[in-house]
Design a protein around this ligand. Structure first.
Ligand SMILES: Cc1cc2nc3c(=O)[nH]c(=O)nc-3n(C[C@H](O)[C@H](O)[C@H](O)COP(=O)(O)OP(=O)(O)OC[C@H]3O[C@@H](n4cnc5c(N)ncnc54)[C@H](O)[C@@H]3O)c2cc1C
Length: 388
């Protein structure tokens, strides 16, 4: 079977590797960019995605570029702890969770594709136009502005914006909390996220708040932002364990991204075309799932094609699963605990148990893991998507 993949992002490259591992030799990735460069800032790879990369034989390379996240903790805007939970191996998973630079992950996958499928397997500077291809299957892994998706759904238009803006940056800084903690602090209106990436001395941060007026450019990840404008909104977010304005001020650069997603689709596959990753199910960056879900798509698609000859099994499993997650992320996913704490105790609290009881916080965290497919027991026991 000859397979064309539109898009050399994390989803497209993971698909090439998954197909090759499942026995497909004739696979070509077409990437619109003239050159694949390590763009982006930090992303998290959850244990269900790390499992898939491990089963693709990439565990060592991943460990070399990622920080194994040990803890996820939520705080209010005064830095008071609302919830914390161990992550990765510390939470009983058989696979770690990694915080990683998106660009480093993409380059790692690109190297693996070229080594395994040959230097011509990824062709840059080639934009796939609509549904045109000369193979047996076209996989549309061309991101939130997918041309393949637009050809299947010509009336859809631009991704909807929810009025929030994300500013993202990286800063060289001292480790905080465990040194491998991912933290979020919020007051129901605005939010700050930070976690170490790279060698652990680089802190990736995301500041989020409502923006008046129209968003600058929907879906451009690399638009520069004004650091002074970011700091202004977080000026008094100085905690005894993290100096938010200091972290933002010391950043070399920041990027601005409007909070956009896509509606769940009625179908992903038609004739000899199928969608994958952000092209299929772009979701708000809540709960650290975008790249992880694209990697899982890749493995399930390869399994579906190798075992059934078609993509129907892939779509039957992945479309409802990711639609539920898109909607859960619109409801703020596990981050809802920060909103609840703020609504019930806007000036802060002495005892979080009196504000958001432990059972409520526990269920919020657990139900999101079930929706996103990384409940520890279920993930540890689920059969592999490897076909040989
Ligand atoms: C430049 C960039 C920076 C990002 N930075 C971050 C970040 O800092 N944090 C974060 O959480 N997420 C980031 N993301 C998003 C994250 O990588 C994705 O949500 C996730 O990995 C899903 O990947 P994907 O492969 O489905 O889509 P994408 O990562 O969007 O990849 C799609 C690829 O397809 C290519 N393409 C587009 N149209 C065509 C076409 N017609 N023909 C051929 N190729 C085409 C694009 O150039 C891109 O390389 C970024 C995405 C991009 C493109």
């Amino acid at each position: 079977m000859r397979i064309t993949i539109a898009g050399g992002g994390i989803g497209g490259l993971a698909t090439a590797l998954s197909l090759h591992t499942a026995g497909f030799e004739d696979v070509v990735v077409h990437e619109a960019a003239e050159e694949i460069r390590p763009l982006g800032v930090g992303i998290n790879l959850l244990p269900h995605a790390v499992r898939e990369l491990t089963e693709l034989g990439l565990a060592g390379r991943l460990a070399a570029i990622g920080v194994a996240t040990a803890e996820l903790a939520y705080f209010n805007r005064y830095g008071q702890a609302i919830w914390s939970e161990p992550r990765g191996l510390a939470a009983g998973y058989r696979w770690p969770q990694y915080s990683v630079h998106r660009g480093a992950l993409q380059m790692m996958l690109l190297d693996a594709v070229r080594e395994r499928l040959g230097p011509r397997a990824v062709r840059t500077g080639t934009r796939v136009e609509g549904l045109r291809h000369d193979s047996d299957l076209l996989v549309g892994a061309d991101g939130i502005h997918s041309a393949v998706r637009a050809a299947l759904f010509p009336d859809e238009g631009a991704p909807p914006w929810n009025g929030l803006v994300l500013w993202r940056g990286t800063t060289c800084a001292e480790p905080f909390l465990t040194g491998r903690s991912m933290i979020m602090a919020g007051d129901g209106t605005q939010k700050f996220v930070a976690y170490p990436i790279g060698d652990g001395r680089l802190v990736n941060w995301i500041a989020e708040r409502p923006l008046d007026g129209e968003p600058p450019e929907r879906g451009n990840w690399n638009r520069s932002a004004d650091l002074a404008a970011v700091v202004e909104h977080f000026a008094d977010w100085t905690f005894d364990w993290l100096d938010v304005p200091g972290l933002v001020t010391a950043a070399e650069a920041a990027y601005e991204y409007p909070m956009v997603d896509r509606e769940p689709l009625p179908f992903w596959a038609k004739d000899d075309v199928v969608l994958l990753g952000d092209a299929a199910h772009a979701m708000y960056p809540v709960g650290s799932n975008g790249a992880s879900q694209a990697i899982i798509d890749a493995r399930v698609l390869a399994h579906s094609l190798a075992t059934t000859g078609g993509a129907a099994a892939y779509e039957a499993l992945r479309r409802p699963a990711t639609a539920a997650l898109q909607l859960a992320n619109r409801r703020q996913g596990p981050e809802i605990v920060m909103r609840l704490a703020h609504e019930r105790a806007p000036e802060g609290f002495d005892d979080i148990d009196q504000v958001v009881p432990l059972e409520e916080r526990t269920e919020i965290a657990a139900s999101y893991k079930r929706t996103a497919g990384f409940d520890p027991a279920l993930l540890n026991e689920r059969p592999s998507w490897s076909v040989r």
